[in-house]
Design a protein around this ligand. Sequence first.
Ligand code: ATP
Ligand code: MG
Length: 651
Amino acid sequence: MTTETVEKHPIPPGFEGAHVGPSDYARLYDESISDPEGFWGREGRRIDWIEPYAKVKNTDFTLGRVSIKWFEDGVLNASVNCIDRHLPKRAGQTAIIFEPDDPETPARHITYAELSDKVNRLANVLLSQGVMRGDRVVIYMPMIPEAAYAMLACARIGAIHSIVFAGFSPDALANRINDCGAKLVITADTAPRGGRRTALKSNTDAALLHCSDKVRCLVVKHTGDQTTWIEGRDVDVLRLMEEVSPDCPPRPMGAEDPLFILYTSGSTGRPKGVVHTTGGYLVYAAMTHQYVFDYKDGDVFWCTADVGWVTGHSYIVYGPLANGATTVMFEGVPNFPDPGRFWAVCEKHKVTQFYTAPTAIRSLMGQGPEWVEKYDLSSLRVLGSVGEPINPEAWNWYDRHVGQGRCPIVDTFWQTETGGHMITSIPGAIETKPGAATLPFFGVRPAVLDAQTGAVQEGNPAEGVLCIADSWPGQMRTLWGDHQRFEEAYFQQYPGYYFTGDGCRRDEDGYYWITGRVDDVINVSGHRMGTAEVESALVAHEKVAEAAVVGYPHPLKGQGIYAYVTLMNGIEPSDALRAELEKWVRTEIGPIAKPDLIQWAPGLPKTRSGKIMRRILRKIAENDYGALGDTSTLAEPAVVDELIENRMNRG
Ligand code: ATP
Ligand code: MG
């Protein structure tokens, strides 16, 4: 829709020695597409194999027989790649920096030697509890090093972990335990977060009432808070870890043996158990971590996601540790004890790469730049964004105040299903544009298809739905226990392609702009519009902190534009401001994008990973409160009640 050309931000100085240089990108990308066997055959060797692979790629996107295999005859162990192979050189190097919720509690530096000790012991505890290769283990833990130990201990013995975000309710936990048939849950007594405590153990107790009574419960006594204790079922895992041997031989695993199941966050409905396997996933996580963040020895990498999301899997644990990196695990939240916490932690640990979500940036932006300016952020080299389209306003703020204009921003488009980055810039190689995910990563073949006809849109610019034409090693392999749903969800609508579910625009430079979920597209008088563009325009107004836009039935236009707007701290809503915003969007985008209705929203319904749930906002806009659908992944249900109340008041 926007026709003006957005200027590229040049690569800042200091990236001449980046892993991927400007001419490398085009050359390597071409090779990855024209000769995937050769390219991935070589890249696959960045990790250690117990038995090397001879077959590189064996993938088929044909509906009815979708099958994805990479390095299929190779044998490896993921925990060996994240730990053992680093020990000769890095035993004394910090693997994990643990930054607790309370800034007064000292941070902990866990070396690779200590990581090895802990993971081996925990693996032995799992074995002693009867966990075997292929068994499922649910992890319901705070952001503490034990969560990473648990993941790697599962990987060591060939058990499949499935992390359930610690903010989820007992019901959501029970559903996931039952869906994957877990033998055991690992949890903690309580989880401090933002100065409050979540009662994880008692949530687990409540969940286990709805599960088989054979499910065991390992409890990490983290805070020491009192919990109930069921003899015979509950196990004090830290105590047992002291008793067992610090030596647990790694189980040789096939490249295609599952490494983990992760249920998607549920912005769009019933959660799906996404299955990732060992070899391809690890190669892809390690490679994207190294290239996209330009990770180098001595760097301190901080991804602020929770290990309960795929971002935490790939870019707190597996990617960084496979690369022998130092990775930060942060137990807290961005605004506790004050909105300067992120930057305080960056200064304290001399963070070099900082990776967060647009929702966090927007909320910190609303608090003013003075919180950032208090801290010395000169260690930062690369900034990242993930989770939602980042509106240019937030991008520019991030660039100016956090990156001080000298840190490239990598806007990484990817999904739980993709295992790692799909479309992203690369520092030192790809110039950025605020709001654009830019270009595909190596081996990724994006295709823009017409949403209705499925016709491939050649040439630039182009607009449509984003599909991927061929497999990449990090791709999910199936949905747990439901391969048919996997095919239906991702391969049926556009045969021959993996369908991301997202809309996109490719500009005259071939840069990709994600326009939002296809389910969220609005059709106004026959014009199809992504939500991202209208929202970005609203957020660009100085009085607006956040905005969400949905369609609703409109007698003349088919669909009208309904905008929920959260104002900046201290700004009062008024009819004059409403008119001002309508006019603003008109001039920013065009008359077609002018909101028909604006509702002031003190808060927006979000998933616990911070994404706006437009599905619910659509229902409210349609005056349809009976069928809000699955709301179990909603972060703050009260926000929804408030929005409904205000909506009803307007009639
Ligand atoms: P569910 O699939 O259960 O509804 P979800 O899609 O929110 O949940 P994730 O896999 O965590 O779960 O998120 C992937 C989605 O997030 C993408 O499909 C896209 O809509 C959005 N997304 C992630 N990163 C970006 C980005 N950099 N730019 C634009 N959108 C992004
Ligand atoms: Mg999704």
